[in-house]
Design a binder for this molecule. Structure first.
Ligand code: UGA
Length: 433
């Protein structure tokens, strides 16, 4: 099939590459000419395991093309995916202006039947508005259908998630459009759930919010573990063994971050409010997430007494491992808080240091070449992201090069007994005090 993706960011680019990989002819559109040039050269602007090779291979085989022209894209694909950003507004609701603009741009180029698919994460009822907008701006009599097809990929495992999804959700109100969508996903071995448009849109917000709820739940439990001397790792294991609960997304830590969860939970709260059905449970999810961060910093302050001029090492800057993404990263928030209180911070991250350099706080932070270099002479070490590399650092050497033996493990990455055996004062999350 001939498919078009409008917006070549994280979701658009990965979707385009994977759809080309399974045999479709894909044209990715982006209005950023520099980005398109980079992509045509077979390079990608993000770190995502396996993606660069897949893009290069499909560009060479000409199954994957790039353009800056929406008109070219609309003429090319029988199905047109919209994958543009949906950034948050100060009140938590979503800025849908990119979606609205693309809908108008598509409308004026429409000459014959097309399926227009919303892939971006949007609040329920957006599809209806997209359809109205296209109808208003398109030539009289031109046929089209709007479909919602939310994306569930995780950064860091985006290619694998797209190639082997748990499920494919297709929300549509027309048999013609649904049949074409089934054809798009025929090469994938995954259950397909067909729904109406509103339900598909809601599934995405409800799924992300439920995952965030699991995280906040275990984080709230972690605080009770600390005051009672229980171990949250064991508690998570024990409750996760119940198949109805499951162990995943029960890792206690500094709280969730990234470009999706904080934004999507706020957006779900905002749309529920707009619809007159306030979702107060999700407000508590947000409160717990903030509280988890605050009490971690309080523990650092309590142990170090004074932060000003203290040399503190921070391992990890990305919002989670296996990505270079620092958007809404809790690790970056930690660095910002330490710097604001006058601490002398040296950080290390295996992949995210380049993107970190674009943030204002980076001017006040030293970056090291390795985890051990970051920790040299430090009076405390904070583990802010659970990169696997950090777990294999030689603790004896770490102890030798640090000025004071304090570890704050915000992701429960190290074994407390091993750390203590090397003479560290170790503080994890929910592992007693
Ligand atoms: C998330 C969802 O997992 C995807 O299904 C969804 O498609 C995506 O958002 C999106 O909406 O586009 P992602 O943001 O890449 O994916 O990252 P996650 O792996 O879900 O992690 C989110 C945050 O939760 C991270 O900060 C992570 O450190 C934190 N987390 C995750 C925990 O604190 N504990 C856990 O047990 C799991």
């Amino acid at each position: 099939m001939k498919l078009t993706i409008i917006g070549s960011g994280y979701v658009g680019l990965t979707t385009g590459a994977c759809l080309a990989e399974v045999g479709h002819h894909v044209m990715c559109v982006d209005n950023d000419a520099r980005k398109i040039e980079t992509l045509l050269a077979g390079k990608i602007p993000i770190y995502e395991p396996g993606l660069e090779n897949m893009v290069r291979k499909n560009v060479v085989s000409k199954r994957l093309q790039f353009t800056t022209s929406t008109e070219e894209g609309v003429n090319f694909g029988e199905v047109i995916f919209i994958a543009v950003p949906t950034p948050p507004q100060p009140d938590g609701s979503v800025d849908l202006s990119f979606i609205e603009k693309v809908a108008r741009e598509i409308a004026v180029c429409l000459d014959s039947y097309r399926v227009i698919v919303d892939k971006s994460t949007v609040p329920v009822k957006t599809g209806e508005r997209v359809a109205h907008t296209i109808r208003r701006y398109a030539k009289a009599g031109v046929e089209f259908d709007v479909v919602s097809n939310p994306e569930f990929l995780r950064e860091g495992s985006a290619v694998d998630d797209l190639m082997n999804p748990d499920r494919i959700v297709i929300g549509g109100n027309s048999d013609r459009a649904l049949a074409l969508m089934q054809k798009v996903y025929e090469p994938f071995v995954a259950p397909v759930l067909v729904t109406d448009i509103n339900s598909a849109e809601l599934i995405k917000h409800a799924a992300n919010s439920f995952l965030a709820l699991k995280i906040s739940y275990i984080n709230a439990v972690s605080e009770i573990c600390e005051v009672s001397g229980a171990d949250v790792e064991k508690v998570a294991e024990g409750i996760g063994m119940d198949k109805r609960i499951g162990r995943s997304f029960l890792n206690a830590g500094l709280g969730y971050g990234g470009s999706c969860f904080p934004k999507d939970i706020a957006a779900f709260i905002a749309i529920a409010e707009q619809l007159g059905t306030p979702f107060t449970l999700l407000k508590e999810v947000q409160n717990i997430n903030t509280h988890q961060f605050t009490r971690f910093l309080d523990a650092v302050r309590e142990a170090l007494w004074v932060l000003k001029e203290k040399k503190i090492a921070v391992w990890g800057l990305s919002f989670k491992p296996n990505t270079d993404d620092v958007r809404s990263s809790v690790a970056v928030n930690i660095v910002e808080a330490l710097v604001a209180e006058g601490a002398d911070v040296t950080a290390y991250d295996p992949k995210a240091m380049e993107k970190f350099k674009d943030l204002p706080v980076s001017a006040k932070v030293k970056l090291a070449e390795s985890p051990l270099e970051a920790a040299r002479g430090a009076e405390a070490l904070i583990i802010a992201t659970e990169w696997a590399d950090f777990a294999s650092v030689d603790l004896a050497e770490l102890r030798n090069i640090m000025r004071a033996p304090l570890i704050f493990d915000g992701r429960n990455l190290l074994d407390p007994t091993a750390a203590q055996a090397y003479g560290f004062q170790y503080r994890g999350i929910g592992r007693g005090t």
